[in-house]
Design a protein around this ligand. Structure first.
Ligand code: FAD
Ligand code: UDP
Length: 369
């Protein structure tokens, strides 16, 4: 056969696999249905600014090996994600920290003051075993923060009441009693200078790549070209939705060029009031400390997903998890196909996890693990 591996999808997972396999002397063909490489980390230059076309992407990890791995492909800057939340005419720092607490409550000056204040609010709606997001949020930060900074944003993002959402979603956000606006707790963080697409392009060097090439339109002919397939598209689509479609939450981006130097003075501003239809506005230049005369912003509208939309966030609830398990059992029995990436595994994977998973896959395929 002409190739050792057919890789479906030129996103981060497919690209890491392609890079590692070509490094080991394997011949790879990568097919991508979009008209560009990069999957959801694709960045495009507009007005000299690297625009994150499928949503803001901040690289963060505590794993030194993964940090060193990604740094082979680009130099990273010192960007630290520190979003601001806007609730009506009030602005607050995120994640929830001493800057947030002192702005919310004028009588709070010290960590002890903040803890006492939150404890008092917590007692009002105390719940020993939070069973949903509302109860979990109130037990973490109290009623005022829940009402101003969590309820509206969360219900817009997920299209469901906080009482109907699992508690774990909100546990992702740090709560700190220090003056620290860093959104992540990870040791390493940054944005690749010059955008993400260059990283994928470097990873794909040495592989043959076809864009605007849908695997399902060419399945029979592709089968004759490679011994083994690494499939990073939706797992249910691979089996023609035999057990039904897995559900996602989608996002619509409204991107605009503005004739001004800075629109909001920060890369990320979350709009936490229920009345504002979008969840957040991204101002892309601030990821790279840009000084261009113009600016590019994207409003993010969280939306219901249909089969025609881009799948963004897997809905890992009980119903979809059961459905995924059925597909997974079929996939595990597939002799010459490996499923991976966020669509193949139906998991909300951050980039550092995708890299770790792809490295594991290649080690397994080449008998190195
Ligand atoms: P993808 O990037 O989706 O790549 C899969 C590719 O397969 C796509 O290009 C698709 O077009 C292609 N494909 C699918 N079907 C076919 C087919 N039939 N034929 C050919 N090609 C096909 N992670 C972070 O670490 N930090 C962040 O700040 C962050 N922000 C995010 C914000 C948003 C809005 C979202 C949705 C995700 C975010 N992530 C973030 C996660 C990050 O996007 C993923 O970890 C990463 O992009 C997953 O890579 P992947 O290769 O698995 O999937
Ligand atoms: N969240 C919130 N208010 C905010 C930001 C986040 O209530 O201003 C909640 C919301 O429920 C969200 C969760 O925290 O789903 C996790 O936020 P994160 O920023 O990690 O979400 P992502 O967009 O990365 O999934």
């Amino acid at each position: 056969m002409k190739y050792d591996y057919l890789i479906v999808g030129a996103g981060l997972y497919g690209a890491v696999c392609a890079h590692e396999l070509t490094k080991r002397g394997k011949r790879c063909l990568v097919v991508e249905k979009r008209n560009h490489i990069g999957g959801n980390i694709y960045t495009k230059e507009i007005e000299g600014i690297n625009v994150h076309m499928y949503g803001a992407h901040i690289f963060h990890t505590s794993d030194k090996k993964i940090w060193e791995y990604i740094n082979q492909f680009a130099e990273f800057n010192h960007y630290i994600n520190a979003p601001v939340a806007r609730y009506h005419d009030e602005l607050y720092n995120l994640p929830f920290n001493m800057n947030t607490f002192t702005k919310l409550w004028p009588d709070v000056f010290t960590p002890e003051d903040a803890k006492r204040r939150i404890e008092k609010e917590r007692e009002m709606g105390f719940c020993a075993h939070p069973s949903n997001l509302k109860e979990q949020a109130i037990s973490l930060v109290g009623e005022t923060i829940y009402k101003k900074l969590i309820e509206g944003y969360t219900e817009k993002q997920w299209g469901k009441k906080c009482e109907e959402l699992p508690a774990f979603i909100i546990k992702r956000l740090p709560v700190r009693f220090t003056f620290d606006n860093n959104y992540f707790n990870d040791r390493y963080q940054g944005i690749p200078i010059g955008g993400y697409t260059q990283i994928i392009a470097k990873m794909l060097e040495g592989s043959d790549v076809l864009t605007e090439y849908d695997y399902f339109e060419h399945r029979d002919e592709l089968k004759t070209l490679a011994e083994h397939t690494i499939y990073t598209g939706p797992i249910d689509r691979f089996y023609d939705f035999a057990f039904g479609a897995l559900e996602y939450r989608s996002v619509r981006f409204e991107t605009e060029i503005l004739d001004m130097e800075s629109y909001q003075g920060n890369a990320v501003v979350n709009y936490t009031a229920a009345e504002v239809p979008y969840t957040r506005i991204i101002e892309h230049k601030h990821f790279e400390f840009g000084t261009q005369p113009k600016t590019v912003i994207s409003r993010e509208y969280s939306s219901k997903w249909t089969l025609e939309d881009e799948p963004y966030y897997p809905l890992n609830d009980a119903k979809n998890t059961m459905l995924y398990d059925k597909y997974k059992a079929k996939a595990d029995a597939e002799p010459n196909v490996t499923f991976g990436g966020r669509l193949g595994a139906y998991k909300y994977y951050d980039m550092h996890v995708v890299i770790a998973e792809a490295l594991k896959t290649v080690a397994g395929l080449t008998n190195e693990d």
